[in-house]
Design a protein around this ligand. Structure first.
Ligand SMILES: [Zn+2]
Length: 135
């Protein structure tokens, strides 16, 4: 499976998947996947809600969806990013904050849904890159 890059166009805000640097499909602005930092997110398999996309938010900005057992790499400039996941009525999340720095530029994380009595909750956990599924 090819790596999926997810980028938000800085010019028009369009969110799209890329498999390499390419122009924005909406406005034609160049999208460069070679950013100094990135967050790679893997969605762990889950029978419940398997068909439903989980919506990804970075610093309150929508960043597209992630399907079951999908891995998405979001190239980013250095900075601090709060990650939030929603799906339908499930809006509870542990909202981790990732600091992307020159010392620690590439963060890998996994998300899964923790079943709750009243409401389910998304748990995003930073993981060692070696534990990510191989492509
Ligand atoms: Zn654009």
């Amino acid at each position: 499976m090819a790596r999926i890059y997810r980028m938000k166009c800085p010019a028009c805000g369009n969110v799209q998947n890329l498999n390499g640097s390419a122009p924005c499909a909406k406005c034609g602005a160049p999208l460069d996947v070679n950013q100094p930092a990135s967050i790679t997110l893997y969605r762990m398999g889950n029978v419940m809600g398997a068909a439903v996309g989980f919506g990804i938010y970075l610093n309150e900005q929508p960043c597209g969806a992630i399907a079951n057992r999908e891995t998405v790499t979001i190239p980013l400039p250095y900075g601090q990013y709060k990650m939030h996941i929603v799906s339908g009525m499930n809006r509870k999340c542990n909202d981790p904050v990732f600091d992307l720095t020159p010392q620690d530029p590439h963060i890998c994380a996994k998300v899964h849904m923790k079943m709750g009595f009243i409401q389910n909750k998304f748990i995003i956990e930073r993981v060692d890159p070696s534990t990510m599924p191989q492509e």
